[in-house]
Structure formats: C-alpha cells, structure tokens
Design a protein around this ligand. Structure first.
Ligand code: ADP
Ligand code: MG
Length: 384
C-alpha cells in the first residue's frame, strides 16, 4: 500500500485531475501534475506542476523520481509515456488498457472480440473502406479514431458520398463509421477496479447531451433496475477484460430497451462528478484508492442527484458565445436549496469549453430534477 504522505503523479491537468488532487489532499497525499498548460485547473492546486509535454522525457524522469505511483485523467496520454513511467513506478491504468480506450477502432474491435454489445460499425482507413462499407450503416456518424472529444472529430453523414467527403475533410485520418442509432436515452457506469480484480460500481446514471456535449446527468438513472444492473455487469466485464486498475467510465446507448456500449473513458467520467456530493465515496477517492492499493470503498449513494455542466458560452452576454464577456450571476445558483457549485478555475471561457458544473441533491428524485432544470434555465442555459 502506498500511504500518506506519499506523492502521487497525475498526467493531465484538467478538471478531472483537479478533483483527483482535492481527493488525494483530503486523504493526506501530495500530488504532482504534468500538463503543458501553465494555467491547467489541476496544476493550479497541485503541490508541484510540471509544465511540460507528455513526451518530455526529462519531465517524465522528474515525475518518476518524485512520485510513488502515477495515474491519468486524460485518455490521450501517449501509451509510450505510460510504458516509460511503468519502468520506475506503478502506473494505473496500464498503457495497454488506455491504448484500447484512446482509439475508436481498437475500442470497437475490443468490444466485438469480447462479445460485448455495440452498434454496427466499420473501421475506415481508406476511401475504399468507405466504398465497401455495408449499405445498412447509413445514415451514419463518421468519427476520427483518435483525439475526438465532446463531439469533435465527428460528422453525421446521410449516405456514402457524404461519408467520402467527411473522410477527406478529416484528411484521411483513420475513422470508425457507426450506424446512426435512434436512442431512447443514454446511460453510463463509473466503476473502480483494484489490482486483485475487485470491482465497485457507482449506480448507473442517465445522460442528456446538447450539441454532442454532456449537458445533464441524472443519478441514479430513471431506467428500470434491470437495465441499470445490466449496464453495471457489462461495465464490470469490460474492466475485467482490460485488466483495468483505477476508475473507469463506460458510456451506453439504450435503443429499443437494449444496451449498446458507446465508448469507454480510462479515467473518472464527467457523469460521475455528482459522486462528490451524493455518495459517501467519490469516483476520485476511488481512483486514489485503486492507485495506492488501498481497499476500494463500497459506494453508497445517499441522495438523488442531478448534475448540470456549465459551458463557456454562459460567460457571454447572449448565452451562446456572442456579446460582452462577463461572469455568470452565481448568486442565482446559490439561492437554490441543495445546490453545490463547482468551478474549475479555467482562465478563459470559450463556447463548448467545460468551465464548471453544479449538482443538486435531495431525498426526492423528481424534486431534485425539477430544481436542477429550473436552476439550469435560471443561469441561462437554453435548449439547443
Ligand atoms: P465523445 O468522445 O465526443 O463523447 P461520443 O462517441 O460519445 O463521442 O459521441 C457523443 C454523443 O453523440 C453521444 O453521447 C451521442 O449522444 C451522440 N452519438 C454518437 N454516436 C452516435 C450514434 N452512432 N448514434 C446516435 N447518436 C450518437
Ligand atoms: Mg462520449
């Protein structure tokens, strides 16, 4: 076991890393963050911020020498970086697991090879692959295999010609072509798995997106207990097959009552933010526990919760990214009973950038949802 006051390393300095730093600090650890952005949210509160690229080997040596173990909050850390650090210190999750989650072709192939439910897709590496793709895939979504997030690097295509044009627009980058599914709704499971293979799931949450970006999470999901349990079982199988150690997020589509895995995130997940406010252990504390070899906690959600993301457009006068730049009126949110506001300390708000979120908790799930949606409207978030 790695015990306090040991120093832990974090690759990536975004909000997920920032919450990890807070959780680790609470538990008595120190944290060094590596992120090239001098203003990164996690770097700002870390004990040490190494402002360096993920493939800066001098910085990796410093991290490896100064830390007892390393984890990540960012799926695009190069697998070579994780492999390199693993020569010196424990690295969780392992490069092999992260590599599957950071490439949509590898991810979809992993699901197919392991008999896990997923939507119809084709791997696209050339225009010929688009021409030969099954006609039944259209209308479809073309997604770049690497570095897409929050709906970026995706194009909705009605037919084969549009798919060819989109593939050219993505400059021939490897892609997956996914059948456009008619979604009943979306759910996700956040879990933690330790080195001995013990798994602890948080209750399945329900996710609503706006412009391809997570907007609202309702936890637990309003779905049947059976569907929520099935999602947890599938997520657990994924973690086992990946030999995963750490906190993992698994996103699902629900179509005609059936679950399909959408994608995996080898890190805490945006839909698990509310675990800070509504559970007796957060997804970030579980990440610390898994990394340090502490026994995982068995999460208990003590309150119904709804999380609402606050995106950069809210900082502009018209709420859409135009007009004067100003701070939203936070007093409107603080007036709502049971609401907790979390802001990430990001330097500049851009439309679509995740700047913060709020969580409403309470005993009555219907009232919590109603209050959260009213607060969302009051702060100026309009439906797309
Ligand atoms: P990201 O990495 O940006 O989260 P996702 O693949 O999860 O990428 O896509 C973002 C959102 O777009 C999904 O949560 C879903 O709402 C919608 N979406 C993506 N793929 C499909 C699909 N094949 N069918 C229907 N909706 C989709
Ligand atoms: Mg997603």
């Amino acid at each position: 076991m790695i015990l306090p006051p040991a120093t832990l390393g974090m690759l990536g300095g975004g909000q997920l890393g920032r919450f990890f730093v807070s959780a680790a600090h609470e538990m008595g650890y120190k944290v060094w963050v590596l992120d090239p952005d001098p203003h990164s949210p996690a770097g700002l509160i870390a004990d040490r911020h190494l402002v360096a690229a993920y493939d800066d080997y001098a910085a990796l040596d410093t991290l490896g020498n100064g830390c007892a173990a390393v984890t990540t909050e960012f799926e695009n850390v190069p697998a070579d970086t994780l492999d390199y650090l693993a020569k010196f210190i424990p690295v969780h999750p392992a490069a092999s697991a992260v590599a599957v989650c950071q490439n949509r072709i590898a991810e979809k192939s992993f699901l197919a090879d392991n008999g896990l439910p997923h939507g119809p897709f084709a791997a696209i590496r050339s225009e010929d692959d688009v021409r030969n793709a099954n006609a039944g895939l259209f209308p479809a979504v073309l997604k770049v295999a690497r570095f897409g997030y929050d709906g970026k690097g995706q194009a909705r295509v009605a037919d084969r010609d549009e798919a060819v044009a989109a593939f050219q627009h993505f400059k021939g980058e490897p892609c997956v072509l996914e059948k456009m599914l008619t979604l009943d709704y979306e759910v996700s499971v956040v879990l933690a798995r330790d080195e001995a293979g013990n798994v602890r799931c948080f209750p399945t949450g329900e996710n609503r997106h706006r412009n391809g970006i997570l907007d609202v999470t309702i936890a637990p999901a309003q779905a049947s207990a059976c569907l929520r349990d099935n999602a947890q079982e599938i997520a657990e199988r994924i973690a086992d097959k990946l030999g995963y150690v750490g906190t993992l997020g698994v996103e699902f589509f629900v179509c005609r009552g059936e679950l399909f895995v959408n994608e995996m995130a080898p890190r805490p997940h945006n839909s698990g933010h509310h675990t800070i406010d509504a559970c007796d252990v957060s997804q970030y504390e579980q990440q610390v526990r898994a990394l340090c070899g502490l026994p995982l906690a068995t999460p208990r959600q003590h309150s119904a919760a709804v999380m609402v993301n606050l995106l950069g457009e809210l900082w502009y006068e018209d709420g859409k990214g135009h007009g004067a730049y100003r701070e939203p009126d936070w007093s409107l949110l603080h007036a709502v009973p049971g609401l907790r506001l979390h802001l990430y300390g990001k330097h500049h708000a851009r439309p679509g950038r995740k700047m913060g979120h709020f969580v409403v908790t309470g005993d009555d799930a219907a009232a919590v949802l109603e209050h959260a949606l009213a607060a969302r409207a009051a702060i100026g978030i309009r439906d797309a």
